[in-house]
Design a protein around this ligand. Structure first.
Ligand code: NAP
Length: 285
């Protein structure tokens, strides 16, 4: 059986939908915290099992009989996320899961600015040491993060974001889900690591220009505000210190070029060109 953690999240649900086109529902185990969040699949034949990343026993119960697991990275932050992801790997080992795919980040290195990169780095290492065969998807930023980063600029094109001239090889979450479904239904995992990116990179100045083209925003431009002003702004919006620090670390990592790598592996998994940023933004208008 093939299991997915975080199966009701954006990436998990999209992967589930693609998986259903490739394998029988009875081969799929969707692991969620709250079965009600996958109510549309109740009675579909998919095994919906509940588990919490905070509860090792629930994870071990949910992973019984699973051969292949897609571990979607945690949405928590800091030490909590690290402990959660560690529990998933440990539970998989204890349950005899043979193959694991994990959604890492593009630059999971010791020197990374992005806070989540350190969680992913740790989880990757646990997986490599686990004895399970693996596929690591080092995902670039989703297209879907763009509206999150630029906020009100979706309405006027005036982007205030401390990314300098940093470029991002944004990739579509839906494309990543399709690629993951191909991996999950494909040949034996061969301990491979893939950089999962779009075909092109975009700076935030490029995004402003794209918005000018698509939405006709005459004043569209990117202003590179200071990281400190950005952090203060986030705190002003009511975010806590940790959350503000997390988002600031994303901007720092973009500024440092940690998301600028491109690779053709996503295209290889899809057998077609990945969705581009222009196309994604066009669909929003
Ligand atoms: N590359 C990028 O640009 C990017 C952007 C955002 C996130 N990410 C990473 O990619 C992952 C998937 O993205 P996404 O958009 O699908 O995120 P998402 O929609 O927030 O989904 C997160 C999933 O994790 C589940 N979850 C959270 N805490 C849990 C717990 N304690 N026990 C069990 N399940 C728990 C959530 O379940 P509930 O509904 O019960 O909370 C949900 O199913 C994220 O978790 C994050 O690590 C990457």
């Amino acid at each position: 059986m093939i299991a997915i953690t975080g199966a009701n999240g954006n990436l998990g649900k999209a992967t589930l939908a693609f998986l259903l086109k490739k394998t029988l529902p009875g081969n799929i185990v969707a692991i969620v915290r709250d079965a009600g969040k996958l109510s549309e699949y109740i009675g579909s034949g998919i095994h919906i099992r509940t588990a919490d990343y905070e509860d090792q026993q629930s994870l071990e119960k949910a992973l019984k009989g699973v051969h292949r697991l897609l571990q979607i990275s945690a949405s928590a932050t800091g030490v909590r996320a690290m402990a959660q992801e560690t529990r998933v790997v440990q539970a998989a080992v204890r349950c005899g899961v043979k193959e694991i795919a994990y959604t890492s980040t593009l630059f999971p290195h010791e020197s990374a600015h992005f806070h989540a990169a350190h969680i992913c780095r740790n989880t990757e290492e646990l997986i490599r040491q686990s004895g399970m065969r693996y596929v690591l998807f080092r995902n670039s930023m989703y297209h879907e993060t763009i509206p999150l980063f630029i906020g009100e600029a979706m309405g006027d094109g005036r982007i205030f974001y401390p990314s300098g001239s940093g470029r991002v090889s944004f990739a579509s979450r839906k494309d990543i889900a399709e690629a993951l479904s191909n991996v999950l239904t494909g040949p034996t995992f061969n301990n491979a690591t893939f950089d999962i990116t779009g075909a092109e990179t975009f700076s935030f100045a490029d995004i402003a220009l794209t918005l000018k083209d698509i939405a006709g925003y005459h004043d569209a431009a990117h202003t590179d505000i200071s990281p400190e002003d950005y952090r203060k702004g986030l705190l002003g919006f009511g975010l806590g210190e940790d959350e503000a620090g997390f988002y600031a670390s994303m901007a720092d990592s973009i500024r440092a070029g940690e998301f600028e790598k491109t690779h053709h592996s996503l295209e290889g998994f899809l057998g077609r060109k990945p969705l581009g940023v222009q196309q994604y933004l066009k669909e929003l208008f």
